[in-house]
Write a protein that binds this ligand. Sequence first.
Ligand SMILES: Nc1ncnc2c1ncn2[C@@H]1O[C@H](COP(=O)(O)OP(=O)(O)OP(=O)(O)O)[C@@H](O)[C@H]1O
Length: 946
Amino acid sequence: MTTATGPPSTMAEKEDELTPMLSQYLELCEAHDEALVLFQVGDFYEAFCEAAEVVARICEVTLTQREDSTGTYPMAGIPIDNASSYLERLVEADYRVAIADQVEDAEAATGLVDRAVTRVITPGTVVEEELLASGTTNYVASAVESQQGGFGIAAVDVSTGECFVTSVADRAGLAEELDRIAPSELLVAPETPTVTPADAATGWMETEVDRTLFDHEAAIDCLSAYVDPDGRLATDAERRACGAVLAYAEYTQGDDGSLDYVSRIRRYEQQEHLRLDAAALRSLELFENRGLGAGDTLFDVIDESASALGRRCLTRWLRRPLVERRAIETRLDAVDALVEASVERAELQDGLADAYDLERLVSRVSRGRANARDLRALQATLSVVPDLVETLDGIDALAPYRERLDPLQEIADLIESAIVDEPPTELTEGGVIKPSFDADLDELRTTEREGRQWVAELEAAERERTGIDSLSVGHNQVHGYYIEVTNPNLDQVPDDYTRRQTLKNSERFYTPELKERENEIFGAAERADSLEYELFCEVRSEVAAETERIQALATAIAELDAVCALSTVAAAGDYIRPQFHDGSVETGGISIEGGRHPVVETTQESFVPNDADLSQGEVAIITGPNMSGKSTYMRQVALTCLLAQIGSFVPAEAAELPVLDRIFTRVGASDDIAGGESTFMREMSELTEILHDATEESLVLLDEVGRGTSTADGLAIAQATTEFIHDELGATTLFATHYHGLTALADEREGVVNRHFAATREGDEVTFLHRVAPGASSASYGIEVARMAGVPETVVDRARSVVESANGSRAESGSAGSQPTATADQTPTDRTPDAHSEMKRDGSGTATDSANEQTGAVDNDRPSYPEEELDVGAEEADSEAEAADHRASYPDEEFFGGAADPAVDDPLDEESMVRVAVALRAADVASMTPLEALNTLDELRSELRE
Ligand SMILES: Nc1ncnc2c1ncn2[C@@H]1O[C@H](COP(=O)(O)OP(=O)(O)OP(=O)(O)O)[C@@H](O)[C@H]1O
């Protein structure tokens, strides 16, 4: 198979015949066989053969040919000046790109120019500013299974030098942690675990690496350049994972040595933060909102940061809320103080807006990749620090931030004195270092300047000396300085003129003095340029020596910006400071007055605030019509807790909260965007995690759990889950459901309460009040919602008549809903087993089937029925013929409604009837949703009509 990576087979076959350049290309491809090699030829990066085809296709550049004595090879190139946009496309298409640069001056080279791979660009190790979104994190991660069980995980952000490790107990923990880290790239070798990202769309690219990267010895070797490998990293698996990511990061940077700016490796335990699994990250829409009406996320709402540093810090805080009460209160104190000090906050944000991304800047400085503009950006950032310090003076709660704002004065002064205000991007062509920074440089520049001055005055002097008025002095790249005399005046040329160049109408000369001056000028300029480069590198190294201090300052600025952002959100959004309980389980309920959903309230014209009052360990069963606000309410409770634990104010009138250890969410199948495996399977496996791991300090949100399977099974699972959470786990839980049968648990168990969302109906119009109230609801308004969603009127009408006939049957049977109801509507919860027998008493076997399909689909009380009554299929017609008989003996309109339909007069076609009967018998009614049941019904009816 031919691939775009590795040595191209057509070249490999004639290895010995290739031209020197192509054989160099082939060698580099062999050495970097996992990457697509881009090979510098002058101003272009070229790819050949299969790689050329890929580059042409993905970068949309022309595929050309290179011809030489050994053959013709496809070739495609991208301009170096403008490479980043093309590189971005290649990396996005999951290619690792090895950049083979010319590493010697092409003009100075004798023969073939030397080339070497200077970096490998991969999604998780990109450092090029143009390829990275501002203020984001970008990790490459790896995981290693430990011999004692469990896994060690490590990740590094090569663009900032952030590096951390942790350990998890099992595969679920591994998946959770990786989802939370959200790396762009995961390193895998045959022995390392592979994990499927919870969300393929935002998941990571897997990169297969050599297993030796994970060897114990190799890892220790690599790590010892960074830390004492026996010290901070607790387990061998952590060491191996960390060694692997760092070695990989070094390799991609083309550096031989370590990445000096990875100055610390942070180690944490999962429980040091409020744990959010992938399902919670996703369904609480913290960073991604790709559901229906996708739009804002919680991050969008709180991201009022002024700088990229602040933005990245907020991202980290939101991914890892705190669990230590004191730390939370310290942040809240800072936010609180800045909410009050609005003038100072505005001043701070003005200053912070001038801060560049110090984390990325310092990593470039340390790698020796920073240019003069980067140093100026660093200086500009340092120059705002004194102002920030001054503004913070007097705000006591901000003292810890102020103390960490190290102005790094000597670094700021150094850059200010050394680098010109607006330097060029090129470092080797002069114009970078300020005058009077270095005496030698000044002398060289003086010589150069005086020389040029002498030349500038030469023209006038020579005109006077020779009497040739048209004499001129000029310069060109090839011949240097010259004195030009037009042909008619050649006889006046003095003897000391030496001919340099003959043109059509003139001759060019030089004099010994001019030659001498020229050498002086160019010698001085050349030496000055290279001295400038040397001086620049010295300055850069001096700055690099302070990497850790700059990183510490970056963290302080980032956190200051983040608390400013949270205060701005609090002040603008009318948030309040949450209070925390003392932490004991007994007092640890959730009490929110007038709470709002931080995201939905920004998109809704008028948002109805709601209270939440849950004792610790209480389970609230939330019922209510579709679209009434159940999910929004549950999420707003979770988001309020989560915001509080990042140290933010919360959207409410008052909030007294516990410090949660974990938030679990499980959203029923069809609310979920997950692809791939069966959604019900996924629902159940996530449920398993909750049931294993939730504690008394956890908050659990269950949204229509169980609805991915048949009603009977679904309700049974929902009920058993609720009982288990309540009886065994004691986790505070909100459970939104359409299984009205579940509401009966409130009567059986203390600590299970019913809440509902009501709606009012006038004719066909349903108005949602979006207000939570005690007790259970009984109305689903499913049909009204179906109509609002555009389900065809025929289906809606038929659905309504089916419900009505079911309700009529119930009324006849004398049964009534036993649950407290919030609205007057007849509802599926009111159905009793009698409804089923009533239907049968209607006299039609087939009609019974039909009605029961409806009952089965919407009836939420079924598990409490005697077994035989649930098993409606048992009484279905036994054979196709029998089914046909049953069907034939009933008037069409009674069965399907629509008496005015002309089709009803047509005789029924026997074959269709048999097909319908067979289809009916095969239909898995119990697992259908109401809508699917209606659609099936509609299809069967069409079958008979055709
Ligand atoms: N408190 C509120 N104030 C104003 N509008 C709200 C409120 N709560 C929800 N809404 C609006 O109602 C819509 C439906 O809410 P939500 O999805 O929470 O309903 P639901 O009861 O969970 O529905 P379903 O049972 O169909 O999943 C939301 O998209 C939002 O626009």
